[in-house]
Design a protein. Sequence first.
Length: 224
Amino acid sequence: MIGPLGAMGSNDRHDETIGLRIPKWELPLSRDGVVLDIGAGGRIRVRPIRATDRAALIETFARLSPTSRHRRFFSQMNELPEIWAEKLTSIDHSLHRAWVVFDADAEAEPGGSPEQGVAIARLVSQAEDPTTAELALAIVDDHQGRGIGRALMDLLLSTAAINDIDVIRADTLRENKAMIHLLRSRGAVAVVDRSDGAVVSYDLRVPNVDETTGALYDLIRRAP
Ligand SMILES: CC(C)(COP(=O)(O)OP(=O)(O)OC[C@H]1O[C@@H](n2cnc3c(N)ncnc32)[C@H](O)[C@@H]1OP(=O)(O)O)[C@@H](O)C(=O)NCCC(=O)NCCS
């Protein structure tokens, strides 16, 4: 059965290990996802994205600042085009996995806000190389600095580990200090870093993790 998160696993996929700091989740498991206590940042609820989240994704994008939109998509968009929203929600959950995040504390308040996304995290592999996945993270500005990025990074790492992904690649703007800090803190190294370029590519070798942690994504999708 599912245990507490954060313990390192026993399989030896890679020699190096890092201490993942994924918080404990609250049971029972349901398709609504799980609530994670992220310490001083409060509680978040996470679940795999659904095709029916398309309109909500467009609405969540609208709550990102222009700077955050640019840091996530490397282009200036006033709104997320329908076709992109479809592509980002109608996913196969195999080569393309995505978590959507809600503010569990706000939801718990009397008259709390309806299901309103505060962050998205995704891993996308190509069929020709399913052992490498590209990472993308976006946290709505009002919720940045709460530790959500940190928790999601560890959730992605454990999800990658259980799904035989060896390397997570992240392209980030050189000026994106928070993202670069997050990547480096997990051991990522810059692999393409041209001094004249605005974008730096980082590779992160996926460490050993507790298998039950990584299985969380598929467990939620199968939950009643
Ligand atoms: C970058 C981003 C994902 C970080 O998520 P977050 O929830 O705000 O970050 P957290 O609160 O979890 O903090 C993560 C770490 O970054 C550090 N950090 C935050 N802002 C920082 C800054 N300006 N410079 C350096 N480090 C910073 C935090 O101190 C923390 O470090 P720690 O783990 O050692 O304590 C988020 O700000 C975001 O979505 N930005 C817009 C979109 C984007 O940049 N996406 C990334 C491109 S793929």
